[in-house]
Design a protein around this ligand. Structure first.
Ligand code: G4P
Length: 545
């Protein structure tokens, strides 16, 4: 092995790249802060921007959009902890930005699912979990707010198992919940870690007491100890083993209990997480699986953000490194176009801050100042061309037509829209059978339209009017030209092509979609498009209009 091979191997082994998924309010921001606190990135908890109080209302959000804050542009938060480099891919908390979140999950090796002990699994968590399941991303669960009265921990495990059909295996168990939450029990080691102080801005001191001595120690209410020990006995009797292979395949989730706010259990969670979260793994490509330790660099674009810094008016393409070593100024092959590019301007982006990045390894995220070459899902690599798996596109639930108010600004309107489409800020369809190709815009979240209109106005000086359309879902279709011609659709549905030319149908209800499936038994209707972009001779994706 060469010196370089060894270095890549070493760096891969110490990297942990993950994203947090949760329903708004479950405590993702608070947990992120506490993790950064352990990593020494921030001095005082409360320093991470984009908290609920700032992003809840729409007007607040637009204010935040003006600031181009961290909650809008999900980037990566990096910290070191006990020899590991942890890359936390920040995802926007608001559910309306879920497409962005979905794509970010494609760049992660593992997801942490934060659940509120009182509320259990909520809608957004469920949606995001399904995305992880679709890609087989392993999920670690953190049941938060154990310091508040909530459901019984056993009930939470049962809910995970029945809703998601996977095993939930506790890695620790709360010693009491609500006001009684005083420690966590390491089930495997049969040790209770009893917290000593309640300073949420610091690492919490704790004492470790063997489980058998816990009752004798007599410092905790007898009921709390008995209750926790009974639960632990029950779990041991159930005897479901933790199997790493099943966890990595997404069929089992290890569960930790804690309280991000009071910091109880966060350190135990972090250590458990570092042990469980896989280091960057081989990724599927069109030439087979590509191991992270291969010496030639390879990575893919999972996010594009324009005008991140209004002073520069530039665009940043975020690349997840999947193999080899990245060096600034290196030459790479842009697999889609076959062009050779020199990567001159590479940055580490932390919210609004940027610093030059000279080197990166698998698991890392590089922000490349984008000369306009990159599209979402593009692969860049050294050596012969490879293409990583395409990024999926999810069925939008909101549809509308945007019209430029001032016809003199049509050019700017189209340029702006094109750029926002490239970023994946919104999707576009065109009526496949209409002569006039006005784009039908679509988004998973309604607020995405506000973002697009706001950005068209602020970045391209183009005011727009919106006309909502009655469609509620999209199904992409796999069919040959004959089948497409003979497609039988309900009157209220519309046959369209998406922005890369893939055929699809917009439906006004789930019922309509089911009817179409029954009427066209040989055609596949898909709620997610997994295929990559067809390109024209210039290497550009075919536009929708
Ligand atoms: P999110 O990013 O998932 O949306 O949640 P966030 O961390 O903003 O937390 C939502 C609310 O829950 C916040 O309170 C936060 O302080 C509280 N919280 C988070 N973790 C815990 C915990 O372990 N225990 C308890 N008791 N509360 C917790 P807020 O008052 O709604 O917002 P803020 O004003 O503190 O931002």
């Amino acid at each position: 092995m060469s010196e370089l091979d060894l270095e890549i191997e070493r760096e891969v082994q110490r990297r942990r790249t993950f994203a947090i998924i949760s329903h708004p309010d479950a405590g993702k921001t608070t947990l992120t802060e506490k993790l950064l606190l352990f990593g020494g990135c921030i001095d005082v908890a409360g320093a991470v921007r984009g908290r609920k109080s700032q992003r809840g209302a729409r007007s607040d959000w637009l204010e935040l959009e003006k600031q181009r804050g961290i909650s809008v542009s999900s980037t990566v938060l990096t910290f070191e902890f006990e020899g590991h480099q942890v890359n936390l891919l920040d995802t926007p908390g608001h559910h309306d930005f879920s497409e962005d979140t979905y794509r970010t999950l494609m760049a992660a090796d593992c997801a942490v699912m934060v659940i509120d002990l009182a509320k259990g699994i909520e809608t957004q968590t469920e949606k995001l979990f399904r995305v992880c399941a679709l890609r087989g991303i392993p999920v670690i669960t953190f049941v938060n707010k154990a310091d508040r009265p909530g459901r019984s921990p056993l009930a939470i495990l049962a809910e995970i198992e029945t809703k998601f059909g996977i095993d939930a295996i506790p890695r620790n168990w709360p010693l009491g919940t609500g006001a009684d939450f005083t420690g966590v029990i390491d089930v495997e080691a049969r040790v209770a870690h009893v917290f000593d102080e309640r300073d949420a801005n610091r690492r919490i001191a704790y004492r470790s007491v063997p489980l058998d001595e816990l009752a004798a120690a007599g410092e905790h209410g007898a009921e709390i100890v008995t209750g926790a020990l009974e639960d632990v006995e029950l779990l041991e009797a159930a005897g479901i083993p933790f199997e790493r292979e099943r966890f990595l395949a997404g069929r089992l989730t290890p569960v930790f209990f804690g309280s991000a706010l009071t910091n109880f259990g966060v350190e135990h969670f972090l250590r458990g997480f570092l042990e469980l979260c896989p280091s960057p793994q081989a990724r599927q490509s069109d030439v087979g699986r590509i191991a992270p330790a291969r010496p030639q660099f390879a990575g893919f674009v999972f996010k594009i953000q324009a005008n991140l810094d209004p002073r520069h008016r530039d665009r940043i393409a975020f690349v997840r490194v999947c193999a080899g070593r990245f060096r600034r100024d290196m030459e790479v092959l842009h697999a889609r176009t076959g062009k050779t590019l020199r990567l001159r301007r590479a940055h580490r982006v932390f919210g609004q801050e940027r610093e030059t990045m000279d080197e990166a390894f698998p698991g890392d995220i590089i922000g490349l100042v984008n000369p306009g070459e990159f599209r979402l899902g593009d692969t860049i690599c050294e050596g012969t061309a490879v293409n990583f798996e395409p990024l999926p596109q999810f069925s939008p639930e909101n549809f509308a037509v945007l019209r430029c108010r001032d016809s003199a600004r049509r050019k700017q309107f189209h340029r702006g829209l094109e750029q926002l489409l490239e970023e994946g800020a919104i999707q576009a369809f065109s009526d496949a059978r209409a002569a006039r190709r006005e784009p039908l815009l679509a988004a998973v979240g309604e607020l995405q339209f506000d973002v697009v209109r706001f950005r068209l106005e602020s970045e391209y000086d183009t005011a727009t009017d919106i006309e909502w359309l009655p469609y509620k879902l999209t199904r992409w279709i796999d069919a040959d030209p004959n089948q497409l011609r003979e497609l039988r659709l309900p009157y209220s549905a519309k046959f369209v092509r998406d922005q890369i030319g893939h055929p699809a149908v917009l439906f006004q209800s789930k019922w309509d979609a089911e009817l179409a499936e029954r009427d066209n038994p040989d055609v596949r209707f898909m709620p997610v498009r997994m295929t990559s972009a067809p390109v024209d001779s210039s290497g550009q994706p075919t536009p929708a209009w």
